[in-house]
Write a protein that binds this ligand. Sequence first.
Ligand code: AVI
Length: 320
Amino acid sequence: MNQANVVQSTAVRADTFLDDVLDGLSRPHKSLPSKYLYDERGSHLFDQICELDEYYVTRTELAIMQRHASSIAHQIDTDVMLVEYGSGSSLKTRVLLDSLSRPAAYVPVDISEEHLLNAAEQLRLAYPDLKVLPVVADFTQPFTLPDCEPPASHVAFYFPGSTIGNFTPPQAGKLLQQMASMLGQQGGLLIGIDLQKDLDVLHAAYDDRDGVTAAFSLNLLSRINRELGGDFDCDRFQHHAVYNTLHHRIEISIVSLEDQVVSIGDHAIEFAAGEGILTEYSHKYTVDGFARFARQYGFQLHKSWTDPQNYFAVLHLVIE
Ligand code: AVI
């Protein structure tokens, strides 16, 4: 594809990986940013997670989108600039695009340029009449929306997958605030959120019997070994996923099975037996709770759709 069509918004800094890892592992409660779970192998493992019987999230959201496609598209309306937070490689995007009449442009936003451009190319082939204007950016930071001709009448943000759940409430609030300030008065946000449910269902979804989620977590240690010269022995660590009923979130950590010292380049990191590295939160909401939360940042719940089991919800929020 023509590189000139790509809007490069935020420079992506690779050299911060080491700083972030050393910073996270030197804290009293060790942690690592979840964005580093998604290297090539991690993304591949995440695709496998999405196919698992236990991981209801992906298929449930897709089913909601399929079942309510026309009603969802109706809220978003014609001449829209649809801006997706993510590369747009999922089936959900296509369900939405299939149902929209006359979108002015489709703008996928992703930090991974290669992944973004591949997905954009696939969409151009599938929708030859659609203007696809990819933006390479870290969407947790403000970015510039591309111009399109003729201009769109309004903007709709699409943030599927319950990815918002991986942010802490302050981070999610900051993102919603940024979205609200980028959207005009006519704009809206279509967002997927995972709902609170039976603990057994949640535990199985984040610690599946085939160990795919465990491999996804532990790949972060292998990535540190590969890219930063670490010497983690993955057999001496274990994936751990537990639901925190106070904060309504799955907390995923990698737990050291013994006292040990790990090197990353010249740095030595000590682990006590049972000590964890927090790698991910996955918050679970109620529709009302999320609507209340979003209201603090200028959004009002306009409409919501759920599945028959009430496992997942897609919300349309508009600027108040
Ligand atoms: C990407 N995100 C919505 C997933 C989730 O369900 O929170 C990440 C995940 N981590 C382990 N399994 C899935």
